[in-house]
Design a protein around this ligand. Structure first.
Ligand code: ANZ
Ligand code: ZN
Length: 867
């Protein structure tokens, strides 16, 4: 056989690995362990080429570490709860469970032919009752540890689908499915106390040295630490039982420019005033119809309602400020109330201009005077003097203060904030505070296809956790999706259970958990997936932490933050050791696989997209629709999407070229953190290369005599290849490893070494290719007479003696300009180097017949000639 036939060799080697149990993770206290994990997939039904790239990266590392002698854990599972299964059930009448498990089976069937070195014995889906039973146990432990509580919270309610919508399911104020205007409703829901960990989650980011900086920054911004001041404004007359309004500000230094106070429509004062003010009630109702997301509040038009009430400025005798209710104040940040300083905040300025409120400068740029008229004469128009833009300098910039209460004249914003807080604390009118943006995590979902919250509501005892021996609280199978709403709510019997505490008739919680809960601890479960407790302490202690986590940057915030919180919660509840507070030692976020889009337009000018299989490339390079011959416009390299029809199906590639080609292609060309463009020509070239390597191994004849003297350079090249490919893998530079392997192939092909020496080089080639193209490598290993399975062989070592270069290249400069290069033996004498330098044609030309005034040899570095 001298043709590479993936359809024969790939299944053969997969079966051999399975028979030998090569990839079963074995807890071995005598060996170091390595846990490599790719973010587990949602079972949509198809694996896409992005999955292939993601899992190939993990597989390269897993295979490499195994060869390096580590006990490797490389598991796979399914993030299997969630809306799409329920939507599919609503659309086609099936059951979410059948849909999900059917998809899992399909995806497993597509994944196995890729030859990933996964320990399939540890596989689970988060919708398996064995998994969610342990999640319910964790919930109860966390509840008892005080990490979970219940409170009323505002949600987006779809009155037609009778369901709560996530913020991203509200589009222009309407439900994404029903199109009905969304209402805001208060529901009592379960919350995880993640905000208690804000400071720690923020500070520990500094210890995550093997995480991308951008991910750490995104997390830091999400946690959002703000230092500021809390102070109160006294109402000039009590209003609906309120005497003062507490506000939170990060700019207490702008207090002298305060011109109004504004509260959220959900602030207790606003709520109280609504009673006697129908217009205010109408205004607030309108505000509540908006979505609850911060983005929406930020982009919506700023609107306010003047309550007619006033407060006293705490520092300026006689200054009274109006109290407004404004749609852009969030109730759950700070105190739900602010003072506005229009001169130094754009949002406040827009608001002040819209409603005719005063604008009062508190500082100007340093070159300008501190009163309006002189500053204007000097050329600075401040907001107070009518400018449209608020004056908002960097906090580190020095500005000129107008009457700062702490006596500052010129100071930076930072200094002024410090001085303001100190002044407030010394004089008792306010208190320095640190505020975090991170909110507690609301996990209640009014859905069927999720992990049931293991709680029973009893009229006498309240919300009571289910008894642990009754876990799991199983999802009932007999549900239907022909009516809107949560089928658990209308199930005839599932809800009705005795109270676990008093035994009287009670009702189960019908909400299920946010699916982010499922993915916040699956990595710990993989260490003991069949344990009767959430984890097995010994297994967790051995396998944790995840040494290398790989996934999409789209999970950089929520999934990783929730997992970091869960690892802490699991430590507190005794399910993970202390060292697991940060469960992911190293994180890598890979780029996407992109593809060109092929577009034509129909007779009404609308775009029509064509799949890569529907087009042909002409000799001229022109790309046409095969069926019609019409020329297509090629939109280069875009994220793959079904609607643009620029996806490629891994199954089709495997059928055409085999898994190794797909794996090789997605590892080549681009650094793994960048996007890589899939092209048919590239796939073809990858296959041709692998076929060539295969032939070289198949045709090797070790008895073939070579020139013995020629063996040495090939041995050196082999040592270099080992060193470089290894470094590429260690540094996450898989593309450079692939490039080195291309070069090494050429070196072997051109070498005049003996058949036996070539065989040794080819065996190393097989070893080095094994992480990327394991089937081909295994086949080569066998053809070349390697012992046992390659998947079980140690990684090759480069002989250090062969890595030492015995020649060096020196630059030659004439009058400080580089004119040439000479390659000399490493230990060449000075006069030899001088002579070689003088012989260089470029040097001769530069000398132009002249004699050098000076010739300086810096050994091992450079030759300098002065004329
Ligand atoms: C007065 C002021 C003057 C402010 C100025 C800013 C600039 P960060 O940095 O995100 O923490 N704020 C406070 N609570 C709010 C709420 N519940 N909803 C909307 N806005 C709120 O933001 C803190 C600043 O955002 C605070 O500082 C407050 O406005 C506003 F020249 O107070 B500032
Ligand atoms: Zn009870």
């Amino acid at each position: 056989m001298s043709r590479l036939t993936p359809s024969e060799i790939e299944p053969k080697w997969q079966a051999a690995w399975e028979r030998a149990g090569c990839f079963t993770a074995r807890h071995d206290p005598d060996r170091p362990k390595y846990y490599v994990l790719e973010m587990f997939p949602y079972p949509s039904g198809r694996i896409h080429i992005g999955h292939v790239r993601n899992y190939t990266m993990g597989d390269v590392i897993a295979r490499y570490k195994r060869a390096r002698g580590y006990a490797v854990l490389h598991p796979m599972g399914w993030d299997a709860f969630g809306m799409p299964a329920e939507n599919a059930a609503m659309a086609s009448g099936g059951h979410p469970k059948d849909w999900t498990y059917g998809n899992i089976a399909d995806m497993r069937d597509q994944m196995k032919p890729m030859g990933f070195s996964i320990d399939w014995s540890r596989e689970f889906a988060t919708c398996d009752p064995e998994y969610y039973a342990q999640q319910q146990r964790l919930f109860i432990d966390m509840l008892e540890a005080g990490l979970i509580y219940r409170k009323a919270a505002v949600v987006n309610w779809d009155p037609v689908d009778m369901t709560v919508l996530a913020n991203e399911q509200v589009i222009d104020g309407k439900g994404w499915r029903s199109g009905a205007p969304v209402e805001r409703r208060e529901l009592v829901q379960w919350f995880f106390r993640i905000s208690d960990f804000s400071e720690e989650l923020l500070e520990a980011l500094d210890t995550l040295e093997k995480w991308p900086d951008k991910v750490r920054l995104m997390q830091a911004n999400w946690i959002g630490r703000s230092r500021g001041l809390r102070l109160a404004f006294d109402l000039t007359a009590p209003a609906a039982g309120h005497e003062r309004i507490e506000v939170f500000t990060t700019r207490p230094d702008t207090l002298m420019g305060a011109s109004f106070v504004a509260v959220s429509p959900d602030h207790p004062l606003a709520r109280a005033l609504e009673e006697g003010d129908a217009d205010l009630a109408a205004f607030s109702a309108e505000c509540r119809r908006m979505g609850t997301s911060e983005e929406e509040l930020e982009t919506a038009e700023k609107k306010g309602y003047d309550t007619g009430r006033t407060v006293r400025h705490p520092l300026i005798e006689g200054r009274e400020l109006p109290v407004w209710v404004a749609n852009f104040i969030l109730m759950d940040y700070g105190t739900g109330a602010i003072f506005g300083c229009p001169a130094h905040d754009q949002r406040d300025l827009d608001f002040a201009r819209k409603y005719g409120l005063p604008v009062i400068d508190t500082f100007r740029p340093v070159p300008f005077s501190s009163d309006v008229e002189s500053a204007e004469q000097e050329g600075f128009v401040s907001p107070e003097a009518g400018a449209d833009a608020a004056f908002v300098p960097q906090k580190t910039e020095k500005v000129r203060w107008i009457d700062h209460f702490a006596g500052l004249t010129e100071a930076t914003g930072e200094e002024a904030i410090d001085a303001s807080i100190a002044h407030a604390e010394a004089n008792g009118w306010g208190e320095g505070v640190v505020q975090f943006r991170l909110r507690d995590w609301g996990i209640s979902r009014q859905r069927y296809w999720g992990c049931p919250i293991p709680v029973v509501h009893c009229e006498a005892c309240g919300a009571v956790p289910e008894n642990r021996e009754n876990l799991p609280v199983r999802l009932p199978d007999d549900v239907s999706f022909d009516q809107p709403g949560n089928p658990l709510d209308r199930h005839p019997t599932w809800r009705d259970v005795p109270c676990p505490e008093c035994g009287r008739p009670a009702k189960r919680e019908t909400d299920t958990m946010d699916t982010f809960v499922d993915s916040s601890w699956y990595f710990a479960r993989f260490t003991a997936p069949r344990a009767e407790t959430p984890t097995d302490p010994e297994e967790a202690a051995y396998w944790m932490n995840v040494d290398q986590y790989i996934g999409g940057v789209e999970h950089a915030i929520l999934h990783l933050l929730y997992s970091r919180f869960f690892a802490r919660a699991m430590h507190i509840t005794g399910h993970l050791p202390e060292k697991c507070r940060e469960p992911f030692e190293a994180l890598f976020t890979q780029g996407m696989v992109t593809h060109a889009i092929y577009q034509t337009t129909d007779d009404r000018g609308r775009p029509v997209y064509h799949t890569p299989d529907e087009v042909d490339v002409r000799e001229t390079g022109e790309i046409v629709v095969r069926a019609t011959g019409e020329t297509v416009e090629v939109i280069p390299s875009q994220k793959m999407s079904k609607s643009k029809r620029n996806t490629v199906d891994p199954a089709a590639i495997v059928a055409q070229y085999g898994a190794d080609t797909a794996r090789w292609f997605v590892m080549s060309d681009s650094p793994p953190e960048r996007d890589v463009e899939w092209t048919a020509a590239g796939a073809e070239a990858a296959f041709r290369h692998l076929s060539r390597v295969y032939r070289m191994a198949a045709e090797n004849d070790p008895s073939e005599p070579g020139a013995e003297a020629e063996d040495e350079p090939l041995r050196r090249a082999t040592a270099r290849a080992i060193a470089d490919v290894t470094e590429g893998i260690e540094q996450f530079g898989f593309n450079t490893s692939v490039a080195r392997l291309y070069a090494f192939t050429n070196t072997i092909a051109r070498s005049a070494a003996s058949g036996a020496a070539r065989r040794e080089a080819l065996k190393v080639m097989a070893q080095l290719m094994q992480p990327m193209t394991p089937h081909l490598a295994e086949e080569m290993w066998e053809m070349l007479g390697g012992e046992g399975l390659l998947a079980e062989q140690p990684w090759p070592e480069a002989d250090p003696a062969l890595l030492v270069e015995d020649t060096i290249t020196l630059p030659v400069q004439v009058n400080g300009k580089k004119r040439g290069e000479i390659t000399v033996p490493k230990d060449a004498a000075k006069d030899v180097i001088e002579a070689l330098a003088m012989d260089e044609p470029a040097v001769q030309r530069a000398l132009d017949g002249g004699r050098p005034k000076k010739l300086i040899v810096v050994p091992g570095r450079i030759v300098n000639i002065v004329v």
